[in-house]
Design a protein around this ligand. Structure first.
Ligand code: ZN
Length: 221
C-alpha cells in the first residue's frame, strides 16, 4: 500500500478537506470535504487533486447551469441589453456614458455577472420588446430599482426628460405626473403654456380648460 498523502485542510475549489472518509486499502482513498455552501461531500483524493470535483453536487449544478446560460445567451438580445447596461455605466468610450456612468449611475455588484442579470430578467417579465427601466432615475441598476417597461414609458422617464423643482424637490416631469396621478401629456402642455407645476396639476385635477393671461409670455392662453 503506497504511503497516503494527507489532504486534510487543503482547499480544492469550493471544497475544504476535513478528514479521511473511508480507509479501504483496495479502493481509492476518499475524503470528507466541506463545500463553501456548508454541505458535506465525500470525494476521492484523485478527483480532488485532478480538479475533477470542486463543489458539492448542488453547487456544481448551479455552476454548470450559469455557464450554460452564459454560453447560450451570448448574442441574444437580452445579453446585448446586459452588455449595453455595463458599457454605458462603466465604459467612458461608450457614447451614453455621459448620461450614466459619469452621472454616478452604477450597476450593482451581482449584475456584473451576466448570468445573474439574465436570471433576474427572465424571472421578472423580460420580453424582447421591453426595455429596462430604473424606477428611481437617480439610482442605479439593481433588482430593487429596475423593471421591464415599454419603450414609450421609458422615454418619458429618461434623465434627459425635463426636471422640475417643486416643494424643494427635483423630479422629472413624468415623475411628478405619476406622483400627482395626472396625465403626463396634459401636464406637459400646461407647463409649456407657462403655468407653474402647482397650477398645471390643479388645472388637470379640476378639469379646468379656461384661458388666462400668461405673465411669462404675455399671451392669452
Ligand atoms: Zn456546495
Amino acid at each position: 500500500m503506497p504511503k497516503m498523502i494527507d489532504l486534510t485542510g487543503q482547499r480544492y475549489g469550493n471544497l475544504i478537506v476535513i478528514r479521511i472518509a473511508e480507509n479501504e486499502p483496495c479502493k481509492k482513498k476518499k475524503w470528507l470535504c466541506k463545500c463553501d455552501c456548508g454541505a458535506d461531500v465525500i470525494v476521492s483524493g484523485s478527483n480532488l487533486r485532478s480538479g475533477h470535483t470542486k463543489h458539492c453536487k448542488k453547487c456544481g449544478n448551479e455552476v454548470a447551469r450559469s455557464k450554460k446560460i452564459k454560453h447560450g445567451m451570448t448574442g441574444t438580445k437580452l445579453y446585448y441589453v446586459w452588455q449595453s447596461m455595463i458599457n454605458r455605466c462603466e465604459n467612458p468610450n461608450s457614447k451614453s456614458y455621459g448620461d450614466y456612468g459619469k452621472k454616478g449611475i452604477c450597476v450593482c455588484d451581482d449584475w456584473h455577472d451576466s448570468s445573474i442579470f439574465i436570471k433576474w430578467a427572465l424571472e421578472h417579465g423580460y420580453k424582447d420588446w421591453l426595455e429596462i427601466d430604473r424606477i428611481d432615475t437617480f439610482k442605479g441598476y439593481s433588482p430593487e430599482n429596475c423593471r421591464w417597461v415599454t419603450r414609450q414609458l421609458n422615454a418619458n422617464n429618461k434623465t434627459t426628460n425635463k426636471y422640475i423643482e417643486h416643494n424643494g424637490e427635483m423630479r422629472t416631469l413624468s415623475d411628478w405626473a405619476r406622483y400627482y396621478e395626472v396625465n403626463y401629456k396634459n401636464l406637459s402642455r400646461n407647463l409649456n403654456k407657462g403655468y407653474s407645476l402647482q397650477e398645471a396639476v390643479k388645472r388637470e385635477k379640476t378639469g379646468d380648460r379656461s384661458h388666462r393671461y400668461c405673465t411669462a409670455t404675455g399671451n392669452i392662453i
